[in-house]
Design a protein around this ligand. Sequence first.
Ligand SMILES: [Cu+2]
Length: 107
Amino acid sequence: MRPYALDRRLWIASLALVIAATPAAAETIEVTIDKLVFSPATVEAKVGDTIVWVNKDVFAHTATIKGGWEVMIPPKKSASLTLKAAGPVDYFCRFHPNMKGRLVVAP
Ligand SMILES: [Cu+2]
């Protein structure tokens, strides 16, 4: 066997491993905040995924769960949270309680 053929087989085996590992990989999901609106308002995710809020407004917002976590998103900045628990969560902005969003987190 020529060395080239062995290299090629190893390369294909490596590629197969990468492809097999991909579906389980955590995702990063972006939620934009623009003019006091979370978009998309509802996000479907799974435990281990990271939500990144991108604030396009010139004032701060939060993603707040009553009695739970709170993420502060400074003006023109972004902030993230890695999801640790399954279940639907409704969040809002502490400064603008009309701003509402929902995460539906699969196990
Ligand atoms: Cu706000």
